[in-house]
Design a protein around this ligand. Structure first.
Ligand code: SAM
Length: 353
C-alpha cells in the first residue's frame, strides 16, 4: 500500500544499554502523541496557512485564515511550539522559519495516522487466539482515500520513473492495461491519461472502492478508463491474453489468495505482456530490518491493514508487508514467472517465463 511511496528512511541501531533504551522508548511514545497533533494541523490546513504567511501571526489571525475557532488553534499552537515545530516571538505571534517550511510536508504522512488507528479495536480482536482472522478493505475508506489522494500526484513523470516497464515495452505498443486492486482509481485514471491510445481497466474486489472510482472517472472525464468490480477472484472470462501491461500497486501482499489471483493474471496477460508490481520494500528476514525506522513504520500499516486483509478469507495467505520482497520474488518464480531486472526493489517487473 501507500507505503511503497513513503520516501523517508532513517536507521537507528538496536540498543542494549538501558538508559539509551529508556530514552528512545519514551521519546517514541511522546512523538506518537505529537504526530497526532501534526495530523490535525495537516487536516485543518494549519501548516499550509502558516507556511503562506510571510510574517508572524497571532492565533486569531491563523484561526481566521483557516475558518477555525481561535481557542482550539491556540491549543494546537501550544503543542506545536512546545514540540519545537512552531516558533514564538516575544509578543506572542507564531511562525515557521522560512527554511523549515518545506519540511512540514511530512505532516501529510501523519494525516493517515487517525485512519490507521481507527482499526485498533478490530485488530486487537484479531490478535486473540479465539478472535476473527482478519478483515478486508470494506471498512477502510479513510485509508483508501488517503492513498488515493497521494496517487493524484503520480503524473506521467512519476509513472515513467516508478512504474512503467521501460526498456521492455514501448508506450505506443500498449493497447490494453489493467490496474489490479485499483482502490479508488486515481492512479488508474493517471495511467489512462498517460496512455491516451490504450484502454485502461481498473478492477477491485471492494464494492465501495469501485463506486468511488466510477465517480472519480466522471469527475476527471477520462474516456479510456473503465472500472469493474471483481465478484470473486476470477477476472472476466473474455480477457484471456488481453493485456499488454498490468499494474499491481500495493496489492499483492494484501491478497488472501495470491495463488489464484496470480494464475488469473497469468491467464489475462498477453504472451509478451508485463506486470509491474509495487510492494513496500521490507526485507523478508526480521534480522535485516533491525534499526530500520521506515520498516518499523510500515509494519504498523501491515498490522492494522495489510495482514488483516490477507487473512480476511480463506486460504488466508497471511502475507502482509512483513512477507517482504525476497519472499515475494520467490513466490512469483514458483509460479513460473520470469522476473525482469532487480527482484528485491519495491518495484518488480515480471512476464511469463
Ligand atoms: C492498499 S490498497 C491499494 C489501492 C491502489 N492500488 C492504490 O495504490 O491506491 C489495496 C487494494 O487491493 C484491493 N484488493 C484486496 N484484495 C483483492 C483481491 N482479491 N482482488 C482485487 N483487489 C483486491 C483492496 O480492495 C484495495 O483497494
Amino acid at each position: 500500500m501507500l507505503a511503497s511511496r513513503i520516501k523517508v528512511s532513517s536507521y537507528r541501531p538496536p540498543i542494549h544499554e538501558p538508559e539509551e533504551y529508556a530514552d528512545r522508548f519514551s521519546s517514541t511514545v511522546t512523538n506518537g502523541f505529537i504526530a497526532l497533533e501534526i495530523a490535525i494541523g495537516y487536516e485543518l490546513g494549519l501548516f499550509c496557512s502558516l507556511n503562506e504567511f510571510t510574517s508572524p501571526v497571532t492565533s486569531t489571525e491563523l484561526a481566521v485564515s483557516c475558518k477555525l475557532k481561535e481557542r482550539y488553534v491556540r491549543e494546537w499552537l501550544g503543542c506545536m511550539s512546545a514540540a519545537g515545530f512552531v516558533s514564538i516571538t516575544p509578543d506572542d505571534t507564531y511562525f515557521i522559519p522560512e527554511a523549515c517550511k518545506p519540511h512540514t510536508e511530512s505532516s501529510k504522512l501523519a494525516s493517515v495516522l487517525p485512519h490507521v488507528a481507527a482499526n485498533t479495536s478490530s485488530v486487537l480482536e484479531c490478535f486473540k487466539e479465539d478472535g476473527p482472522k482478519g478483515y478486508d478493505f470494506s471498512n477502510q475508506l479513510g485509508n483508501l482515500m488517503w492513498l488515493d489522494h497521494d496517487n493524484k500526484s503520480c503524473d506521467s513523470k512519476w509513472i515513467d520513473e516508478n512504474l512503467f516497464p521501460a526498456g521492455h515495452k514501448e508506450t505506443d505498443t500498449i493497447r490494453n492495461v489493467m490496474d489490479f486492486g485499483c482502490g479508488l482509481g486515481s492512479l488508474t485514471i493517471k495511467l489512462a491519461e498517460h496512455l491516451p491510445n490504450a484502454k485502461v481497466y481498473g478492477v477491485d474486489i471492494d464494492r465501495n472502492a469501485i463506486e468511488k472510482a466510477k465517480e472519480n472517472k466522471v469527475k476527471e472525464n477520462t474516456p479510456n478508463v473503465e472500472f469493474m468490480l471483481l465478484e470473486n477472484d476470477h477476472l472476466d472470462e473474455s480477457w484471456t491474453k488481453k493485456f499488454d501491461w498490468i499494474t499491481m500497486v500495493d496489492v499483492l501482499h494484501d491478497l488472501p489468495n495470491p495463488n489464484l489471483s496470480i494464475s488469473e493474471i497469468k491467464r489475462v496477460m498477453k504472451d509478451d505482456g508485463i506486470v509491474s508490481v509495487i510492494d513496500p520494500c521490507v526485507h523478508s528476514d526480521h534480522k535485516m530490518n533491525q534499526g530500520n525506522q521506515t520498516a518499523a513504520m510500515l509494519y504498523v500499516f501491515s498490522t492494522c491493514i495489510c495482514l488483516p486483509c490477507s487473512m480476511s478469507r480463506e486460504p488466508a495467505a497471511a502475507n502482509g508487508i512483513g512477507w517482504g520482497v525476497q519472499n515475494r520474488a520467490e513466490f512469483l518464480k514458483s509460479k513460473g514467472l520470469k522476473i525482469l531486472g532487480d527482484e528485491h526493489n519495491a518495484l518488480l517487473q515480471f512476464q511469463k517465463a
